[in-house]
Design a protein around this ligand. Structure first.
Ligand code: FEO
Length: 397
């Protein structure tokens, strides 16, 4: 969007959409784009809150100019987060506004120098400090490791707006609608959970710490650096974050398999049918070679049941399944129920590695692992029935 959007009397959304970048962090698919949200408080003193990725600067500075006109400058740039999708335009902002002060904490300062060689015009803030802009007062809350060391949030005590950086944000460009009451929330909630599970979920404990710190704060608007701005129901997104970072899950099963010639896939389909016959309606069945792990881990964060299947490949796990379990391990997802199946082929190596993964994760197990020899036989399908039945029992308990 090329025009600023008013969040309140003196606060503006001045974000940009990125529909060109294919992979966020060069890892996570952006097939629905992403928005880099930035905000401007046009008070006696002018504060810019976070910037945007370097590939999207032109319309960004036009919007700032449109709000401020010719005679006003930006006094402060609040840097809540240093990842370059938000810090990318800092140098350019310093060029546009030579007297600008960069506001951040000690970790921000270290990163500013490390990333951009910036050491001057820094305004150091500590947890709880307040910056007076005139009518608006910004209080800073240090929330380290959500998901980088320097991450912090800024709270506008006047309009009760929480500028929350990545927290509460998600993938998906803002296609006209900016606020939660202007968009289809089903779409954005999916993309916010995907962002959470891909980027932030590993640091769930730190998210819980941050939520505790914010408890009791009167929040009218949540303004993250990605995805919609929450003004109608800010508590909704806060409660979703709370639920995800406590690993709470819905009834449902994610089945993921790696299959070369369809034998492991047959078992996956069979298990899915048995789950359905037992009344499970949320079943997501993925071929790990086809669907990016970004979407798979997002569904695993949503549903309680996980069933993993792999054929053997060169005496090991099928490579696309290796990618899936690497991501689960790296995200440290907790409290899931796990079933395992696979195919020995001519060497074994699939199921045994899934077993090793299960030992590491310490998830609750269901049924006995089943490993077919080349094509699954009647006794293999019997064990698949057992996995499905045990899974349903756990989910319905
Ligand atoms: Fe949106 Fe951590 O960057």
């Amino acid at each position: 969007m090329n025009q600023p959007v008013k969040v309140s009397e003196k606060v503006y959304w001045i974000g940009v959409n990125d529909r060109e970048t294919a992979l966020f962090e060069n890892l996570w698919p952006l097939d629905k784009g992403v928005a880099y949200n930035s905000y401007l408080i046009n008070d006696e003193k002018v504060a810019l809150i976070d910037t945007v990725k370097i590939n999207k600067m032109d319309t960004y500075f036009e919007k700032i100019q449109e709000i401020l006109g010719e005679n006003k400058e930006v006094d402060y740039l609040i840097v809540n987060h240093m990842e370059p999708d938000h810090s990318g335009a800092i140098k350019e902002a310093m060029h546009y506004f030579p007297n600008i002060k960069i506001v951040g904490n000690q970790k921000t300062l270290e990163m500013l120098e490390a990333f951009y060689g910036i050491t001057d015009n820094f305004y150091l803030v500590k947890d709880g400090d307040v910056l007076d802009l005139g009518e608006h007062k910004l209080r800073f809350y240090l929330t380290p490791m959500v998901h980088w060391p320097e991450t912090m949030m800024s709270y506008d005590e006047t309009d009760k707006i929480l500028f929350s950086m990545d927290a509460f944000g998600g993938f998906g460009s803002l296609d006209g609608g900016v606020f939660d009451d202007e968009v289809n929330l089903e779409f954005y909630e999916d993309e916010i959970r995907r962002y959470f599970s891909n980027i932030v979920g590993k640091f769930s404990m730190m998210v819980q710490n941050a939520l505790k710190k914010l408890q009791g704060l009167d929040i009218s608007i949540v303004a993250p650096t990605h995805g919609p701005v929450w003004r109608e129901n800010p508590q909704h997104i806060i409660s979703l974050y709370d639920k995800w970072s406590r690993y709470e899950a819905e009834e449902g099963v994610v089945i993921v398999y790696g299959s070369m010639y369809g034998n492991t896939e047959r078992m996956a389909d069979f298990i899915a049918r048995k789950l359905s016959e037992k009344g499970i309606t949320n079943i997501r069945l993925y071929d790990a070679s086809k669907t990016h792990v970004s979407y798979i881990i997002s569904d695993m964060w949503r549903f309680k049941g996980v069933i993993l299947g792999s054929c053997a490949y060169n005496s090991g796990l099928f490579p696309s399944m290796q990618t899936v379990i690497n991501k689960i391990e790296n995200s440290a997802l907790k409290n899931r129920v796990l079933g395992i199946f696979g195919n020995y082929s001519w060497s074994g190596g699939g199921v045994v590695n899934l077993e090793a993964f299960a030992d590491k994760m310490k998830w609750e197990r269901v049924g006995e692992s089943v490993e077919a020899k080349s094509s699954p036989k009647a006794e293999d399908f019997k064990k698949c029935v057992n996995i499905a039945e045990e899974m349903v029992k756990k989910l319905k308990a």
